[in-house]
Design a protein around this ligand. Structure first.
Ligand code: PNS
Length: 157
């Protein structure tokens, strides 16, 4: 049976940190489903469809990586797809605090769920989509944060 894992996130926009997690997952799993989703608590500059298109473009030649989007509860997507394995990236203790709460909530909603946590590589631990958006608005150099095609899309906003 092929081993599938879902890597959910906002990806507004996708960064080198996310890309590294996806590449590392693709080394260990047969199928990595990058799930572009949203939090009702966050405001996004790219629509769900735009975020999905951008990720799909970046991974078009990676055969193990699939990109999907979902507007509802994450656990409902997992039930629908009959997958109970998730991946999340952790950069620091703030991420950890946030992820523990989400993990526990997801487990209450879907007890069979199991989440694997990947600690970010040190060279990517400072990158966040929030900072990327701020640097972009202030016309800073984003070449160490996101790929060129993401910079181009940010410039259009
Ligand atoms: O990249 P992010 O912003 O940390 O990703 C958060 C995301 C999108 C994974 C989270 O908000 C989520 O799972 N949203 C889907 C709706 C949902 O299931 N909310 C309850 C989470 S306990």
């Amino acid at each position: 049976m092929s081993k599938k894992i879902v890597y959910p996130g906002s990806f507004d926009p996708i960064t080198f940190g996310h890309i590294d997690v996806i590449d590392r997952l693709a080394e260990k799993f047969d199928e990595v489903i990058v799930l572009i989703s949203s939090s009702t608590q966050k405001k996004y500059i790219f629509s769900l469809e735009e975020r999905k298109k951008l990720v799909a473009k970046l991974f078009k030649s990676q055969k193990k990586v699939f990109v999907d989007s979902w507007d509802g509860l994450l656990v409902d997507y997992l039930r629908k797809k009959k997958i109970n394995i998730l991946a999340k990236g952790l950069r620091n203790s703030r991420d950890f605090e946030y992820e523990v709460t989400m993990d526990h909530s997801n487990k209450v909603l879907f007890p069979d769920i199991e989440t694997f946590y990947l600690i970010s590589r040190p060279e990517y631990s400072f990158i966040s989509s929030t900072l990327v958006k701020e640097i972009s608005m202030l016309r800073g150099d984003l070449s160490k944060f996101v790929p060129d095609i993401v910079i181009k899309e940010l410039e259009k906003k």
